[in-house]
Write a protein that binds this ligand. Structure first.
Ligand code: NAD
Length: 318
């Protein structure tokens, strides 16, 4: 099977693609390489904007994965117009040409941020998705766009992913657990902006497994799936990271609790992915921190701007 991963040189792709190669898939990547390239040498990488792809560029592929776009709130707020183009329009354009090219399945990297500020209930894929900030709106637009193309001959699997965390060769330190880990080591302090807020957390290895389950799912399967390793309050995340850093590195970090209002608060059910894709998360935040500790020597230049999407994005003049 031949797969095209667009945005595959990013944080998630850099863990997922080696796992796909290990399973014998041929994977090509199209990526603007905003954050460089840490993929294995055997991966064919074309550096370009996905808007420059045409139908004929996709005829060789069985499946296409969308992993591109602006991948957090600060980028979306820094450049709202680019956000709506790259996150709202781009996934739909790519799905459109993929379908024309005869691709059989399209997998879309969406986000649980579409749920916004929820009541304190577990949200499933049929719960209201109401948000009023650029990143969440654009991820919902992208999702709605790609599902317009879904039919019996064109399977679409859309993931609503929790906040991803853990080590990737293309590292990010702007995601909550990774940020707390870095701050505990670098500053000896974890700042929790609002301990009551709920977040679904997704270990990057569980995220990669979800994509594998989607690629290998029965061809009749399409749909939206919440994907997370578990639901946590941010206060609880602070406790776990602090404890694990103390236990594994003997570093004592202070916890500073603030009560800043947040516009995102949600916890999600992953039952649909469990039942339809056999997605079974294997990790929790403790094992994520252990994985970060095991790899910390590979990203311990904590001030490298490549680890912070918004800094690279500003430098690119986007
Ligand atoms: N990381 C998370 O916590 C998380 C959570 C939910 C959803 N997501 C979504 O998952 C996807 C991947 O996330 P990530 O953390 O790997 O992001 P990332 O920022 O590390 O990588 C995105 C990659 O896409 C490329 N790219 C962006 N626009 C492009 C375009 N128009 N054409 C070609 N390449 C382009 C960039 O160069 C980059 O390599 C994103 O769509 C993001 O919104 C991520």
């Amino acid at each position: 099977m031949k797969i095209l991963a667009v945005g595959g040189a990013g944080y998630i792709g850099s863990v997922l693609i080696p796992m796909l190669l290990d399973r014998g898939y041929v994977v090509d990547v199209v990526d603007l390489l905003w954050f460089g390239n840490k993929l294995p040498e055997e991966v064919k990488i074309v550096q370009k904007d996905l808007f420059d792809l045409k139908k004929d560029d996709l005829v060789d592929y069985d499946q296409v994965i969308f992993l591109a776009g602006l991948s957090n709130d600060p980028m979306a707020e820094f450049s709202p117009s680019k956000n709506f183009i790259f996150n709202g329009a781009a996934p739909a354009y790519l799905a459109y040409i993929a379908k024309l090219a005869g691709v059989k399945r399209y997998i879309y990297a969406g986000s649980c941020s579409v749920y916004g500020y929820t009541v304190e209930e577990l949200y499933d894929e049929d719960s209201p998705a109401i948000c009023n900030y650029p990143y969440g709106i654009s991820k919902l637009q992208g999702e709605k766009g790609v599902f317009q193309m879904c039919d019996d001959n064109f399977s679409v699997i859309g993931f609503r992913q929790g906040t991803v965390c853990g080590y990737s060769p293309r590292m990010r330190l702007d995601l909550v657990v990774n940020t707390m880990f870095k701050c505990a080591i670098q500053d000896g302090e974890i700042v929790v902006n609002n301990p009551a807020i709920w977040r679904p957390i997704l270990d990057i290895r569980d995220a990669a497994t979800a994509y594998i389950r989607a690629i290998e799912a029965n061809e009749g399967i399409s749909g939206i799936f919440n994907i997370a390793s578990g639901n946590y309050t941010v206060g609880e995340l602070g406790d776990i990271v602090r404890n694990e850093v103390r236990r594994l590195l003997n570093i004592e970090a202070k916890l500073t609790i603030k009560h800043i209002k947040d516009y995102r608060n949600y916890k999600v059910s992953i039952e649909k992915a469990r039942n339809m894709l056999s997605f079974k998360p294997r990790h929790n935040v403790e094992s994520t921190v252990q994985h970060l500790v095991e790899n910390v020597n590979k990203f311990n230049a904590f001030d490298n701007i490549e680890y912070y999407n918004i800094q690279v994005f500003k430098q690119l003049g986007r």
